[in-house]
Design a protein around this ligand. Structure first.
Ligand code: ADP
Length: 263
């Protein structure tokens, strides 16, 4: 993957601009700075390696050289009233590109894509403000492509995998994967207000109909059966008393199962 091969692959899309780096701290940091500096809508930052890749709450995101996709997309045009659906937009786009490879992706709400129940991609959305208004969004996506992208198991709280392991063969070139993710995102962003968008997002959720725990900061985990999505993209659970519990965005880590009872 290099600037030339990416430009060629992405020439089929109407992108705002492309900045490619062999190595960078974080593609989201570069995209945030570029957005502040008037980047055009649908401008993209891609790197072959991130040395300080970030997940939520500054947790590290592992992107070793030559093994993964690290990209950040700047959006200026998106339906403002449906802002909270943006993580679904990114998740659906990655999921669709995995489905196109014959895989069966599931979205671990809110921001991870699972294959065979293991994390293959993560999403980090950051906002650029202009006074009280949202100027633009940066959608960061990390996708594990080759085996070397999978972090050592002992460093993880949730198991990880990559496209190569799940396909059982060499994955397509990374340029092709980026094109598919971005083409899907380009299409769906005009339909974020639709029922079809919400339906597909909901259909792709991991753990539907199963018991889950939503771990929210220091509070006791919210536990219940995962029912689906609220119209703002919040997660709807049904607790042990049969009551609906809504989990909003924030620092939520979803885990299968019920909490163990200690005596
Ligand atoms: P979570 O979704 O687990 O709450 P984040 O979305 O913030 O967390 O992602 C960061 C976490 O993902 C890290 O703390 C690490 O455990 C894990 N991680 C880091 N790099 C990778 C990777 N390339 N593939 C899978 N998991 C990773």
């Amino acid at each position: 993957m290099n600037e030339h091969s990416l430009k060629k692959a992405l020439s089929k899309l109407n992108i705002g601009g492309l900045r490619y780096f062999d190595s960078i701290g974080s593609t989201n940091d570069e995209a945030l700075a570029w957005a502040t500096d008037n980047a055009s809508d649908f401008s993209i930052v891609i790197a072959d390696e991130q040395t300080r890749g970030r997940g939520r709450l500054n947790r590290a995101w592992f992107t070793p050289k030559g093994s993964a996709l690290a990209l950040s997309l700047i959006l200026r045009q998106f339906p403002r009233p449906y802002l909270s659906r943006t993580v679904g937009l990114a998740a659906l786009s990655i999921a669709e590109s995995c489905s196109g490879l014959g895989l069966a992706p599931r979205i671990k709400w809110p921001n991870d894509i699972l294959l065979s129940g293991k994390k293959t991609a993560g999403i980090l959305i950051e906002t650029v403000w202009s006074g009280e208004d949202i100027d633009s969004l940066v959608i960061g996506m990390g996708i594990n492509v080759f085996k070397e992208s999978v972090p050592p198991a002992e460093s993880l709280q949730f198991p990880a995998t990559c496209l190569e392991d799940e396909l059982g063969r060499t994955p397509p070139p990374r340029e092709e994967i980026v094109l598919n993710v971005l083409a899907s995102l380009f299409r769906w962003r005009n339909h974020m207000d639709s029922n079809a968008f919400m339906k597909l997002w909901e259909e792709k959720l991991a753990f539907r109909g199963e018991q889950v725990q939503a771990i929210t900061g220091n509070d006791a985990p919210l536990t219940g059966e995962l029912l689906g999505l609220e119209s703002d993209g919040g997660l709807r659970l049904c607790d042990a008393q049969g009551k609906s519990v809504i989990v909003r965005f924030g620092d939520v880590s979803l885990r299968p199962g019920t909490p163990s009872v200690s005596s």
